[in-house]
Write a protein that binds this ligand. Structure first.
Ligand SMILES: Nc1ncnc2c1ncn2[C@@H]1O[C@H](COP(=O)(O)OP(=O)(O)OP(=O)(O)O)[C@@H](O)[C@H]1O
Ligand SMILES: [Mg+2]
Length: 245
């Protein structure tokens, strides 16, 4: 089977200190691959490097076998690689609808309308609020809008940075349930960065453990649904300082 994404020996250096190095991972078509690690481990850096948002100091990124290492973000979005930043970054003063349009700026009107209907069909909570300014949405609804905006681009690979950040447990569950539905509906692949380990193993296929900028190992997510196995993986890969959420 061809992998959708292949990352080989990726490194990113901010200034003098390397933030991540020796990162190699693959994402199968329609797969969900998660990165788990403590604050500052380099999770966002890996996603941003794949999305072309930070320069790579070493390594290669291939999409469907094609070298994308030097491709810029705008082009990557057109190729279907879309990053959803942690902290959401929707435009608060624009309406829900206008935020969605931003995600599909490069599309023709008919495609844009079709995608918008698809997004609002998945995130029904925001469907009735299309004309409301985005700042009026709750945190969970803003997260749905951020993911919805990314879906407007028709991604093949969604790079999701801590979608549960700052959300109440019930909303986290809702966002993750929707993610599973999106995956079933659109068949896209996901690289998921999370600190919510329990939710992560529910939606992911493979989990990679990242510490101090390096990948230490990977496990099948299904194995880690057993709390004792998760406990054991956390102490093996993340050390005693890490906690399961
Ligand atoms: N723009 C930047 N300039 C300099 N250093 C940075 C920059 N962004 C991140 N770093 C550093 O790179 C390392 C990895 O940061 P990164 O944001 O990738 O971690 P993370 O795993 O996403 O953490 P968190 O869970 O807190 O979001 C950290 O040491 C961080 O301080
Ligand atoms: Mg981060």
């Amino acid at each position: 089977m061809t992998d959708l994404l292949q990352v080989e020996d990726l490194a990113v250096t901010y200034g003098a200190a390397p933030a991540v190095s020796g990162i190699s991972l693959t994402v199968p078509d329609r797969g969900t691959v998660a990165l788990l690690g403590a604050n500052g481990a380099g999770k966002s850096t890996v996603l941003k490097a794949i999305a072309g948002l930070v320069p790579k100091s070493a390594g290669r990124v291939r999409l469907m076998g094609e070298d994308m290492t030097a491709t810029d973000t705008r082009h990557l979005v057109r190729m279907g690689v879309v990053y959803v930043p942690e902290g959401r970054e929707i435009v608060p003063n624009l309406s829900v609808d206008e935020n969605l349009v931003l995600g599909g700026f490069h599309l023709d009107g008919a495609t844009r309308r079709r995608r918008r209907d698809m997004v609002l069909g998945i995130f029904t909570e925001i469907a009735g609020r299309a004309a409301s300014p985005a700042w009026r949405l709750s945190g969970g609804e803003q997260q749905m809008l951020a993911i919805g905006r990314a879906l407007m681009a028709g991604p093949r690979l969604l790079l999701l940075d801590e979608p549960s950040l700052g959300l109440a447990p019930l909303l986290v569950r809702r966002v993750f349930d929707r993610l599973s539905a999106i995956r079933a509906e659109t068949g896209l692949a996901i690289v998921l960065v999370e600190q919510n380990f329990r939710m992560t193993v529910r939606v992911a296929d493979i989990v990679h453990f990242l510490r101090s900028g390096r990948l230490l190992g990977q496990r099948n997510a299904a194995e880690l649904r057993d709390p004792a196995a998760m406990e054991e993986a956390i102490s093996a890969y993340l050390g005693s300082g890490a906690e399961a959420a």
